[in-house]
Design a protein around this ligand. Structure first.
Ligand code: ZN
Length: 248
C-alpha cells in the first residue's frame, strides 16, 4: 500500500520561516506532496521576540491567505490537502492563548514543549475551554517535536492516557531525529499499545526541508506504527471531506 507524502509542520514568513505561504504551496505541488500544514509560531513567552502570529489582525490575514489557497486547490488540484495550522508554545500564558487563539478557525493545533505533567494539565484546561466555547468544530491536535526523555522514566502511562483521551498525535519530526531514536523504543511500544496517532512534520523553515519525510516514515515502519499513521490520514480526510486516501 503506498503511503501519502505528508509534512504537517511548516513555517512561513508569518513567523520565522523564509518563504511566503504561496511559495511553500507551489513547491509542495512540484514535490507532489499529499498533505501539508502551515504551522506558524504563536507565543507570548520569552521566545516572542521572533516574529509570530501575535495579534488578531495578523492571525486574520494569515487565515484568510490560507483559506484562499485552500479554495484554489479544491478547484484546481485533487492531490494536495493544505491545513491551517498553528504552533502553540506552552510557555505562553493561558490568558494570551484564550484571547487570541480561536481554535475553531484552525484545522490543526500543535503544542510545543510538553515537558511535564503540569503541561498536560495546562493543555487539558485549554481543550475543555475550547470545547465549551467552540462546541462542535474541533481541530486536530498534535505534539510538535516531543522529547520522550521527559516522560520515559515515569508518567509514561499518564501521558498515553492523555494523548488517547484527546486524540492527540505524536510527530515524527525530521528536524529532531534524536526524539525518534531507538533508545526510546519503550515509548514507541506504548504508542503502539495505546493506538496513539502519529504524523510526520519536518519543522521546515525553508523550501529545502519541505520533503524531508523519508526518514520519519522509515521510523514509523521500524516501530510498526503504520496503522497509527493510517488512522491519522483517515482523520485528515474526514475533516477535509475528502475521499479516503486508502480507498484509492
Ligand atoms: Zn516549529
Amino acid at each position: 500500500m503506498p503511503f501519502p507524502k505528508i509534512n504537517l509542520h511548516i513555517h512561513s514568513n508569518y513567523s520565522d520561516g523564509k518563504q511566503t505561504i504561496t511559495q511553500i504551496v507551489e513547491k509542495a505541488l512540484e514535490l507532489e506532496l499529499d498533505y501539508i500544514a502551515i504551522t506558524d509560531h504563536f507565543t507570548n513567552s520569552w521566545k516572542a521576540w521572533v516574529s509570530t502570529l501575535k495579534n488578531s489582525e495578523i492571525i486574520a490575514t494569515y487565515l484568510e491567505e490560507i483559506s484562499n489557497i485552500q479554495e484554489y486547490l479544491s478547484e484546481h488540484n485533487d492531490q494536495l490537502t493544505l491545513l491551517k495550522g498553528i504552533e502553540v508554545d506552552l510557555a505562553s500564558s493561558e490568558q494570551f492563548i484564550k484571547t487570541y487563539l480561536q481554535a475553531d478557525e484552525f484545522d490543526l493545533i500543535l503544542f510545543e514543549y510538553l515537558q511535564s505533567p503540569e503541561s498536560i494539565a495546562f493543555i487539558e484546561n485549554l481543550i475543555y475551554y475550547w470545547k465549551l466555547t467552540y462546541l462542535d468544530k474541533s481541530p486536530i491536535l498534535g505534539l510538535a517535536h516531543f522529547d520522550p526523555s521527559y516522560f520515559i522514566m515515569g508518567n509514561l502511562d499518564t501521558l498515553m492516557l492523555f494523548l488517547k483521551k484527546h486524540n492527540i498525535y505524536f510527530e515524527f519530526n525530521s528536524h529532531y531525529p534524536s526524539f525518534y531514536s531507538p533508545k526510546y523504543e519503550r515509548f514507541f511500544e506504548k504508542l503502539r499499545e495505546y493506538e496513539i496517532l502519529v504524523a510526520i512534520g519536518c519543522d521546515s523553515h525553508d523550501l529545502r526541508t519541505l520533503n524531508n519525510i523519508d526518514e520519519p516514515f522509515e521510523m514509523i515502519k521500524y516501530y510498526n506504527l503504520e496503522r497509527n499513521f493510517e488512522i491519522l490520514i483517515n482523520l485528515l480526510d474526514i475533516k477535509n471531506s475528502k475521499k479516503s486516501y486508502f480507498s484509492n
